[in-house]
Design a binder for this molecule. Structure first.
Ligand SMILES: Cc1ncc(COP(=O)(O)O)c(C=O)c1O
Length: 343
């Protein structure tokens, strides 16, 4: 455990994660393409971006004396799985509310559900029952609040983490990650024009934008967020507030507004967890040129968006581009409705 600007940070992952150039793919695409390897955050094989958030979130949970952590996600949620991993690492009990956006395999546990069960996480399934994602989130939160009251009446202390770990404290983890990346690029003598990533709840984007404001100076890389699901415009105001609040926690009085986000909603296809032809092609391309894996739900769609920006010149030839690999590889072993046809 360390103290970061007054915030408690538990050391859960292996940081700094590597950053390296994709030589073969760069030549093919006509840009200098780097990969920030948060698929390798640890603490086990299936890491991912949530570990950065959880170092600060669970630091806060421990500060508050929690013994139990509740969080939310889809049944194949990486965030829920990583929360269960991190909770176990710190001696906390994980309880997961999982929304059945894609119905889980009835015959065998697959992907993250399998890992959740190996970790002994308590799982409550939240049926979609004709609810929208936002309605299901609200319904799951109601149940979690009731569960918290019940557990606390029995003497426990419960810490609730919203879906995706999208809180100011969680986003601090990614702002600090930008500092880490810029230091690494500095050593490589590279100035990044773009940081590109797949965007879900917006907590990562909030942290990246806060981090580029705080540590990037006037020539900071532009953060390009490729959405993996549709979001209403209020979502961007909410995540701008997240970013601003993360900056406050880091002692900065700068403000982030919706205009600071560069987001693109054209690459998620029919929706969350539904495979797209362009993501499938992107996964194959990176695998066949560099031997590196992406996932179909987040990084595949994010990478596909980036490839299209490069192909159409929205990202100019010769640019220095960092794709932030946020993990999610366990989705390759999820239900075939999520994986699609990769070969
Ligand atoms: C692999 C992966 N990439 C990207 C994201 C998106 O992060 P955020 O929800 O912070 O936007 C997630 C979120 O679950 C994820 O699991």
């Amino acid at each position: 455990m360390t103290n970061y600007n007054g915030l408690r940070r538990e050391h859960l992952g292996f940081f700094p994660t590597p950053v390296h150039k994709l030589e073969r793919l760069s030549k093919q695409l006509g840009v200098n393409l780097y990969l920030k390897r948060d698929d390798l955050t640890g603490p086990n094989l299936f890491g991912g971006n949530k570990i950065r958030k959880l170092e600060f979130l669970l630091g806060d949970a421990l500060n508050q004396g929690a013994d139990t952590v509740i969080t939310f996600g889809a049944t194949q949620s990486n965030h829920a799985m990583e929360t269960a991993v991190a909770a176990r690492r710190l001696g906390l009990t994980p309880l997961l509310y999982l929304e059945t956006i894609t119905p889980p395999d009835q015959t065998e546990d697959r992907g993250n559900i399998l890992i959740d069960k190996i970790l002994g996480a308590q799982i409550e399934y939240v049926s979609m029952d004709g609810r929208t994602e936002a309605e299901a989130d609200a319904f799951a939160m109601e149940q979690a609040i009731a569960k918290k009251a019940e557990l606390e009446a029995a003497g426990h202390k419960v810490y609730i983490i919203p879906v995706g770990g999208a809180t100011p404290i969680g986003s601090v983890g990614f702002a600090v990650g930008v500092d880490e990346l810029l230091g690494q690029l500095n050593e490589l003598n590279v100035h990044a024009d773009y940081i590109v990533h797949g965007r879900g709840t917006g907590g990562t984007a909030a942290g990246l934008v806060a981090g580029t404001k705080l540590y990037g100076g006037s020539n900071a890389p532009k953060v390009l967020s490729i959405n993996v699901s549709p979001k209403p415009i209020e979502h961007y105001d909410k995540t701008a507030r997240l970013a601003t609040d993360a900056l406050r926690l880091l002692g900065s009085n700068q403000t982030v507004t919706r205009a600071d986000f560069n987001f693109d909603q054209s690459y998620f296809g029919e929706g969350y967890e539904i495979p797209t032809a362009s993501a499938t092609a992107a996964i194959r391309l990176l695998a066949e040129t560099e031997g590196i894996l992406l996932d179909p739900v987040y990084t595949g769609k994010g990478f596909a968006g980036m490839l299209d920006y490069i192909k159409t010149g929205k990202i100019a030839p010769g640019s220095n581009v960092v794709f932030w690999h946020t993990g999610g590889i366990s989705a390759l072993f999820a239900e075939s409705a999520i994986v699609g046809k990769l070969y």
